[in-house]
Design a protein around this ligand. Structure first.
Ligand code: SAH
Ligand code: SF4
Ligand code: F3S
Length: 462
């Protein structure tokens, strides 16, 4: 029996909810912070809440249950979440029946739990990243009168198999393939808050992808902190390259994307599989973090700059149009001006489609937080701005080169910039905006680029 059926049959929970609220028309509001992993978790949480009997709402004022799914990756992300937690207090004060819940990566840190117990006593339910399937049980404990139910800890983490999923989109889907991370990059909190790496069974992933394609999904993004290590630790007979090739065999017109690839585990075999599989989008998100070998080593990344550029060189011989994006951290403890210049030079050398740039943020419980960091905040933000303006120049050149070319795009929705315009994303993960119509949202279209600005390309459907 799947968990879905179990939840459905949970009459005791239905009765507790009825007693607590005194009415049946219940609404839940779920807000998600952080990465796609959290978005995918929230889709499961929403699935479970619907099974329990909640309607989902975007209107927090209407909600009988408010749930915040939080991120701990950088201090400002976490502070923003704390601000939002503080802001839900007023809803609890207006209506004490409202159930307030906090989940995700933040409460997987002990000092956060301490802070919550001290300053956010209005929270009813706190749970971590590995216990999604226990949500109905935790809710029951809360409804039975237990004050601040807390369930965290990563020791016996599961895989979320068989849980209901309520997807945010009906044409783009996130499909987690592995959870957790074993890499312990010295700056990163993820291994602490997401637990040890574990891969989902090959056949379950395949089945889920087949169902998505059958339901009309046009894009499936495989998720994991390090998708390249899929199945390795668990001794699966299929690795990530094999998974891509198997997914590529599913009949239908759709794209397969994946993130994140870790350069240390990105094999030539994987690049060959990508090149060989027409449905796998020719886009590689390959975070490099720094262009300097000493910094990479202190970050515990497990590759050198030469390893990284060698991979991309081979990738481009196989896929000349490959679009490459990356993550980069500036101001890592001890990074000298010279070492930062190496980051600028790798950005120049690779010509990324786009970059996700971050200023180092010390995270409690990680080795880098204890390292001597003498660079001033001002110097860090100067480096950050230099990096951004270099990438802008590169992107502007790339955009100009695209003018006149024709691309297959997936129409994702209305443009937030220009009325009557719609947003399409190319295989290389580049956005083109064009005049269109709402009935084409969720379809593949063909667009010619007619005008280029740094971050915006304007096109016409053909
Ligand atoms: N698993 C992915 C990254 C997930 S976190 C990988 O290894 O590539 C997303 C990005 O956040 C990282 O690539 C890194 O650039 C950034 N990041 C993580 N921890 C950070 C920290 N403490 N300070 C600043 N940026 C950080
Ligand atoms: Fe963090 Fe490194 Fe794991 Fe990525 S691979 S999640 S950066 S520890
Ligand atoms: Fe944030 Fe957790 Fe993702 S810390 S980036 S939500 S894995």
């Amino acid at each position: 029996m799947t968990n879905k059926a179990l939840i459905n049959k949970d009459r005791a929970l239905a009765q507790l909810l009825q007693e607590h609220f005194g009415y049946e028309d219940l609404y839940a509001y779920v807000r998600t912070f952080g990465c796609q992993g959290n978005v995918a978790d929230s889709e499961i949480i929403k699935g479970i809440l619907e099974e329990i009997g909640f309607n989902l709402t975007h209107d927090i004022k209407k909600a009988d249950m408010i749930l915040l799914n939080t991120c701990a990756i950088r201090e400002n992300a976490q502070n923003r979440a704390f601000g939002n937690i503080g802001a839900i207090k007023k809803y609890k004060e207006t209506n004490p029946k409202v159930i307030t819940a906090l989940c995700g990566c933040m409460p997987e840190q002990e000092y956060v739990i301490k802070k919550i117990k001290k300053s956010y006593t209005f929270l009813d339910l706190i749970f971590g990243t590995g216990v999604l399937k226990s949500l109905p049980t935790l809710l029951k404990r809360s409804l039975k009168g237990e004050k601040m139910v807390i369930e965290t800890g990563n020791d016996a983490l599961g895989l979320n198999e068989g849980l209901p999923v309520k997807r945010d989109s009906d044409f783009k889907a996130f499909l987690p393939i592995l959870y957790g991370c074993d890499n312990f990059c010295s700056y990163c909190v993820v291994p602490n808050v997401r637990g040890r790496e574990r891969s989902r069974p090959f056949n379950n992933i395949l089945k889920e992808a087949e169902n998505l394609v059958e339901a009309g999904y046009k894009e499936i993004t495989l998720l994991g902190q390090n998708v390249n290590s899929y199945g390795l630790k668990d001794g699966f007979k299929e690795n990530f390259a094999a998974l891509l090739l198997a997914l590529d065999q599913i009949q239908g017109d759709f794209w397969i994307r994946f993130m994140t690839s870790h350069p240390k585990d990105c094999s030539f075999e994987l690049l060959e599989a990508m090149a060989q599989a027409p449905k796998v989008a020719k886009h590689l998100h390959l975070p490099f973090q720094s262009g300097n070998d000493r910094i990479l080593q202190t970050m515990n990344r497990g590759y050198t700059r030469a390893d990284y550029t060698r991979l991309l060189k081979y990738a481009k011989t196989l896929m000349p149009d490959l679009s490459v994006t990356g993550d980069v951290i500036v101001g890592f403890p001890g990074e000298s001006e010279e070492e930062f210049e190496d980051t600028l030079s790798i950005v120049n050398e690779v010509e990324f489609t786009s970059l996700y740039t971050f200023i180092f943020s010390p995270r409690e419980g990680t080795p880098a937080a204890e390292m001597l960091d003498e660079t001033s905040e001002e110097a860090k933000s100067q480096r950050f701005n230099k990096l951004i303006s270099l990438q802008e120049q590169i992107a502007a050149l790339r955009s100009e080169k695209m003018v006149g070319n024709v691309y297959k795009v997936l129409c994702e929705g209305e443009s937030p910039n220009k009325p009557g315009f719609f947003v399409g994303r190319t295989e290389g993960n580049i956005i083109i905006e064009f005049p269109g119509s709402a009935d084409k949202i969720g379809s593949f279209l063909t667009a010619r680029v007619i005008k280029a600005k740094t971050w915006r390309l304007e096109g016409q459907l053909i």
